[in-house]
Design a protein around this ligand. Structure first.
Ligand code: CP
Length: 298
């Protein structure tokens, strides 16, 4: 192995194309722009009477979800079907993993069924990367969310949403609000926004909900919601991930809503044409007011 080989990220092949899709960290701007253009070109398929194209005909996609999901699991399933792949969705709580089968034995069985792609959701950071290191050479792995680490496809979906509403990234102010500490979406969004040239990325959260070293992402940190929201173009709200919290990081949900909840009154501090985004699931009355969640800016 040459030093260059050793440094080459696992997810890129020798031509710099995606071999797996595990993280947005280190991916070049041209590649992210190409992904956005490709995704944009497929949007019209969903509006057709027959919502099918033959791109993945003959391929088998396995969705392997070790952690709960509504949006990611169903949209991967639908996307693979619309691209004409055969799709298997494995719900780990009802699979043989719950009878003591190891992760590797489960994956080896799926490989033996001639799977071409695994879409993996796992509670542990690095799980998709670990699986990618051990799969057969013909199998590609997509990270559908791993612990706090990353959610690259949600990140790219968020970038597509921003691009379609705002046209680009360079001149935007984007605020990410809430539980940054536990959010893989926040990490993927910050990486993608930086790579795509966004000059003003703000994170707004109490100190207890920010990871150590957050400044390394090239963001500005605010602890006051009103100051952070001033004149932003995009507001990305995050839920409190109570299932990942250990100990009392917050006095109470009520106190969090009082200080960081997005209400119509607070949203008025952003630009008049600001958009509000949320990866879901949303918790009404905890991080966002129903009037905002259901309003015209969402
Ligand atoms: N946005 C997202 O990852 O949602 P799910 O947890 O429902 O997949």
């Amino acid at each position: 192995m040459t030093p260059t080989d050793a440094k080459r990220p696992l997810q890129l092949n020798d031509q710099g194309q995606l071999r797996h899709f595990l993280s947005l960290d280190g991916l070049p701007r041209e590649l992210l722009s190409e992904l956005l253009e490709t995704a944009d070109s497929f949007l019209e398929v969903g509006a057709r009477a027959v919502k099918k194209v033959p791109l993945l005909r003959g391929k088998t996609v396995c969705n392997v979800f070790f952690e709960n999901s509504t949006r990611t699991r169903t949209t991967f399933e639908l996307a693979a079907q619309r691209l004409s792949a055969d799709v298997i969705t494995l719900n780990v709580s009802t699979s043989s993993t719950s009878k003591g089968e190891t992760l590797f034995d489960t994956l080896r069985n799926l490989e033996a069924m001639a799977a071409d792609m695994f879409v993996v959701r796992h509670a542990d950071s690095g799980a998709a990367h670990f699986i990618a290191e051990h799969v057969c050479p013909n199998v590609a792995v997509i990270n559908g969310g791993d612990g706090r680490h990353g959610h690259p496809t949600q990140g790219m979906l968020d970038m597509l949403t921003i691009k379609r509403h705002k046209g680009g990234f360079e001149n935007l102010s984007v605020a990410i609000v809430g539980d940054i500490l536990h959010s893989r979406v926040a990490r993927s969004d910050m990486l993608a926004l930086k790579t795509l040239g966004c000059q003003d990325i703000r994170v707004i959260a109490p100190k207890t909900l920010l990871p150590v070293g957050i400044e390394q992402y090239g963001v500005r940190v605010f602890h006051n919601l009103a100051e952070g929201l001033k004149d932003v173009d995009v507001v990305i709200m995050l839920r409190l991930q109570k299932e990942r919290m250990q100990g009392g990081l917050l006095p109470s949900e009520g106190e969090f809503y009082r200080l960081y909840g997005l209400t119509e009154q607070r949203l008025a501090l952003a630009k008049p044409d600001a958009i509000v985004m949320h990866p879901g699931p949303i918790n009404r009355g905890v991080e966002i007011e129903s009037a905002v969640a259901d309003g015209a800016s969402r």
